[in-house]
Design a protein. Structure first.
Length: 236
């Protein structure tokens, strides 16, 4: 089962084998959003800063994960919001017995799977189309997070069609994808952009698509061709 779900600014696609598991994800999203919104009311700077930001150990788990990921990647904590919400939802699904579950939060994906699955990479107007990652079964959560300077509403100081980071730490993958995307400007210097994330422990690999070129670094799932179904893209 795949369902589209929107709660305030959070727009997701949820996948699981049963409606009960999907409802668990919805409930997690609502709960984590309430914690995030409550914290922002008490500390509005958390939402707007583009710099690493420290929080107290007494802050909610979602806040601590976001702040830590931003610190590691060298950017603001909101860079990790989508991936963190997705990861916490998948963790709740696992606690409810799921062996196959994913939450795609606007291109920031957390998943576990008991079967091989193909995750498409949307590359906007690039001439490089229909790329995908072929993900093998995994009981550990995998984060596949994408930042773009040409697609979607998120802030990026670069102009990549897609900057993708894979990590078992989904919050980190989200923040690192933002940092990687920020570094992409010159199509002739894509490989040098990976210097932004090479020293970050916990990142498996990354991929950049810019205009008619792409570059890869690290240990990614196998890159395959897969026809992109536009209707599958999580969007408003």
């Amino acid at each position: 089962m795949h369902v589209h779900y929107r709660f305030k600014e959070t727009i997701v696609t949820i996948g699981a084998d049963s409606e009960d598991i999907i409802e668990t994800a919805r409930a997690s999203i609502r709960y984590q959003r309430s914690l995030l919104e409550g914290f922002i009311r008490s500390d509005p700077f958390f939402q707007i800063t583009l710099e690493p930001y420290e929080v107290l150990s007494s802050a909610p788990e979602i806040i601590r994960r976001m702040a830590h990921a931003g610190q590691v990647a060298g950017i603001g904590p909101m860079s990790a919001v989508a991936g963190t919400i997705a990861a916490l939802a998948v963790e709740a699904m696992i606690d409810s017995g799921a062996s196959y579950a994913f939450v795609d939060n606007g291109g920031d994906i957390a998943l576990i799977t008991d079967k091989p699955i193909t995750v498409g990479i949307y590359t906007g107007c690039s001439s490089i189309q229909d790329l995908a990652l072929y993900v093998q079964p995994s009981r550990d959560i995998i984060g596949i997070c994408t930042s773009s300077g040409t697609v979607g509403p998120s802030i990026s100081f670069g102009n990549a069609e897609a900057a993708v980071v894979v990590s078992h730490d989904v919050s980190l993958a989200d923040a690192a994808a933002t940092a990687l995307g920020n570094a992409v400007n010159d199509v002739d210097e894509l490989e040098g952009c990976f210097d932004m994330i090479k020293g970050i422990k916990g990142i498996n690999g990354a991929l950049i698509v810019k205009k008619d070129r792409f570059a890869v670094w690290g240990d990614l799932p196998r890159i395959v061709r897969s026809k992109m179904k536009i209707d599958n893209i999580t969007k408003a």
